[in-house]
Design a protein around this ligand. Sequence first.
Ligand SMILES: O=C(O)CCC(=O)C(=O)O
Length: 292
Amino acid sequence: MRPLTEAEVDAHVGRIARDGFCIMPDAIPEPLQREISDELDRLERVRPGGDIPPGPFTGQVTRRWFDVLNDGEVWQRVAVHPWILQVLPHVLGEGFLLSTMGSAVVGPGEPAQPIHVDDGVYAFPRPHPNLVCNTMWALSDFTEETGATRVVPGSNTWDHDPDYKTAYETIGLEMAAGGIAFVVGTCFHGAGANRSDRDRVALTINYCNGSMRQQENLMLGVSPGRMMTFAPELQDILGFKRCKGAGHIFAQDPRLEMKRHYGDSTIDDPYLGRRDSLHGARTRRNNPPGTP
Ligand SMILES: O=C(O)CCC(=O)C(=O)O
């Protein structure tokens, strides 16, 4: 993929600062879209219906898979999409982290998600510097009918968090499959209602400022040996890179001590087979046929 030009990066950063969001069309090459779709199909087979039970905020017929760095290798590439890595240092600062990643496959008939902010997981009063930036990956067309993410333009500059009882004026982040939208953590937004007869297929790949705790416990969820096989740029945004003074082991890059401690890196983590077999108990859904 060609890198973004400096002017393109500046334009995206400027729009995010002004409106709270922006769209990068044609950001996911078709072969990568196909790989991700195949991986979502595989996840549907091994952990049907997604990794969390239905709920009013996360959706009744929305499939969300998490802990995906323990799944197909494609997720390791998704997390370090080159255009995203070019834009985010200007939004979240150097040393930003991957915070949580997974799918948001919104099924037909799903009502609109409540309007919320993604940095609501932190207890910081507004205004504050950017703490979070989400990226919404469109793997099917995002339209009014299919439930394109709704945003309240300019709400990122407001001094208060959303109130669930208020009906905000929103616009839809309409984009063709292959687009990626940035939504900064202070921007009021939520998934739209899916009034079509097909899935709205998306990923939500969320990053945070390097001084914040990651929303998903990525550093504990993935075994150290497995993390040691990841590309250095992915290790960096998992927390292996020091951010100012934070994140060291013996005041050095943690990778040095990790190598001594855990020895040879390996992608094989014996727990992972069991992890999938616990899906039914975890989500209170039935396990796929053939699993205990
Ligand atoms: O799926 C979407 O369009 C938005 C997702 C979102 O905002 C969330 O799950 O927090």
